[in-house]
Write a protein of this length. Structure first.
Length: 202
């Protein structure tokens, strides 16, 4: 049985992610303990709220997360958890992120569309990856966000259109650090399949 840790850093939809992972059959725990994080087979980085607050709260775990990423351990950031994997964000005041995937977090430009982007939208899969095995192109997933990730094409696993085309799912070069702007735990059977794929990677 795979041991999956959901990182508790004071910001996050911990319970809903926990319940989603329970469906995969993994052993799931919520913790901020560095030793337990390093010992886990896989790490989930959730997040809801402001980028700067998230980075302040996770300051003491930055070294642990860098070690996990460097070791090849699978890591998955969800929503704000995806955004803090990036180099920096323009939300509020410019703030540096974890820098585990190169890119920036930008606010949606003014348009006729409502911001935040809330609800179901389709994703276009741009490259094959174990996280998205058996996920049909055009699948609908659930989003809640006012900022989006802007990164290079090689880091994009799936894209979404909402006024601009943005990265709905991202990955680092080695392939073990991933992020989804959408909430897989709130995305029905498609989201549960993505979580199951993550656990299989572990």
């Amino acid at each position: 049985m795979k041991d999956i840790v959901i990182i508790d850093y004071g910001i996050g939809n911990l319970r809903s992610v926990y319940k989603g992972l329970e469906h995969t059959g993994a052993s799931v725990s919520i913790t901020g303990d560095p030793e337990k994080i390093l010992a886990a087979d896989g790490v989930i980085l959730p997040g809801v709220g402001a980028f700067a607050d998230a980075m302040k709260n996770i300051e003491d775990l930055k070294g642990v997360l860098a070690e996990c990423a460097g070791s090849g351990k699978p890591m998955l950031g969800i929503c704000l958890g995806e955004q803090i994997l990036m180099d920096r964000s323009e939300e509020g005041r410019p703030t540096s992120g974890l820098g585990l995937i190169h890119g920036n977090v930008l606010r949606f430009p003014p348009s006729r569309l409502k911001i935040p982007h809330i609800g179901w939208n389709s994703i276009q899969i741009t490259q094959e990856h174990p996280l998205l095995v058996d996920i049909p192109d055009g699948s609908y997933v659930y989003f809640v966000h006012s900022y989006y990730v802007d990164t290079t094409q090689e880091n994009i696993l799936a894209a979404c259109e909402y006024g601009v085309t943005f990265a709905a799912a991202v990955v680092n070069g080695p392939g073990n650090v991933m992020g989804t702007q959408f909430h897989p735990e709130k995305s029905g059977d498609i989201g549960l399949k993505i979580l199951h794929n993550f656990v299989k990677m572990c």
